[in-house]
Design a binder for this molecule. Structure first.
Ligand SMILES: NS(=O)(=O)N[C@@H](Cc1ccccc1)C(=O)O
Ligand SMILES: [Zn+2]
Length: 324
């Protein structure tokens, strides 16, 4: 971009460069695929990391999603950090090597590139959250991707029907091309009738939280969430929070949301999943725009927590001593 509020953050073009560099340096364990395009036509990229990366092996799959919200740029840096951790560490760090050998890991480093680029294009940050899709009958742009998912969409007062709202749910579930592309990718991981992805993290900023479904209700146990399934999310959330110092809680303990990725990944696809709200804890420490000098520290902070999720990816229910 002509201007740039903080050059230490990775632009979309730079991100594509990093992906190509990682894949070129580790062709046997890293591969790039384009799973679709954003509203403005930017590629939505998926990076697969696994041994025999060109073969779909019968191994548990783990999904990492980054930058649903445009202004949450630290989540893109988290994706860059994970790509490097899981490839540079292969062959030297035994834990990383075992996890990359035994799982198929999918990193979607920026699922809202139009929004990210818009937010970063000026000399100051633009505080943009949504995608950049026009809304019929309104001058207001954008759908909140994290209210546009198809499970209990718009059910419960956890989103807005007004195009000018930052939590606008869109005119219909999956009306945002970016949500449709990622949902189609996840549905495509159903092989022989079984969803190969067992666990996922959707990265956001800020507040330093680990959140689990459901968001559309205050209830722990409800249709689509048994006690054992809730306890599994809670135990795994707490296990990860021990590692990174974030606060673990059900997402609706903060506020009710509907149409979130968490509710769809679990409610529709039975993927045990979490939202990480990264650094900082509060607006006083930079809010959505901490200086890029914190990137290394605040992405490395999540290494152990992410490795703990990867540990349990073969059977998340093991954490409460159950089979499945
Ligand atoms: N990144 S955020 O501030 O927008 N929070 C996210 C994630 C989230 C969802 C539910 C409760 C708390 C946080 C959102 O979609 O609202
Ligand atoms: Zn967010």
């Amino acid at each position: 971009p002509l201007a740039d509020p903080d050059p230490g953050y990775t632009s979309y073009a730079e991100l594509v460069g990093v992906v190509d560099e990682v894949v070129a340096a580790h062709p046997d364990i890293a591969a790039k695929s384009v799973i679709g395009q954003s509203h403005e036509g930017r590629d939505l990229v998926a990076v697969k990391i696994s041994d025999n990366v060109g073969v779909d092996e019968d191994q548990p799959e783990v999904l990492f999603v980054h930058a649903q919200h445009a202004r949450e740029h630290l989540t893109v840096e988290m994706a860059v950090h994970l790509m490097r951790l899981l490839t540079d560490g292969y062959g030297s760090d035994p834990r990383v090597t075992d996890l990359v050998d035994g799982r198929e890991i999918w990193i979607l480093p920026n699922v809202n590139p139009d929004g990210s680029e818009y937010d970063m294009a000026g000399s100051t940050w633009r505080d943009w959250r949504k995608n950049r899709q026009p809304n019929e009958g309104s001058a207001a742009l954008g759908t909140d991707l994290n209210r546009n998912w198809a499970y209990e969409w718009g059910c419960c007062g956890g989103s807005s029907g007004s195009p000018s709202s930052i939590t606008y749910r869109g005119p219909a579930p999956e009306s945002a091309p970016e949500v449709r592309v990622v949902a189609d990718f996840v549905r495509g991981r159903v092989v022989g009738g079984e969803q190969q992805i067992t666990t996922a993290i959707d990265f956001h900023t800020y507040s330093e939280l680990i959140l689990w479904p459901f968001g559309h209700t205050y209830d722990d146990v409800t249709d689509g969430m048994s006690q054992a399934e809730y306890d599994t999310h809670e135990a795994l959330g707490e296990h990860m929070a021990e590692a990174n110092g974030y606060t673990p809680q059900q997402s609706s303990d903060l506020y009710v949301t509907d149409g979130s990725i968490n509710d769809w990944l679990w409610g529709d696809q039975r993927i045990v999943n979490f939202t990480y709200e990264m650094y900082p804890r509060s607006a006083a420490d930079g809010g959505f725009y901490p200086p890029s000098s914190v990137i290394e520290r605040e992405t490395a902070r999540n290494e152990e927590a992410v490795l703990r999720l990867l540990d349990y990816a073969d059977c998340p229910y093991r954490i409460i001593g159950e089979e499945a």
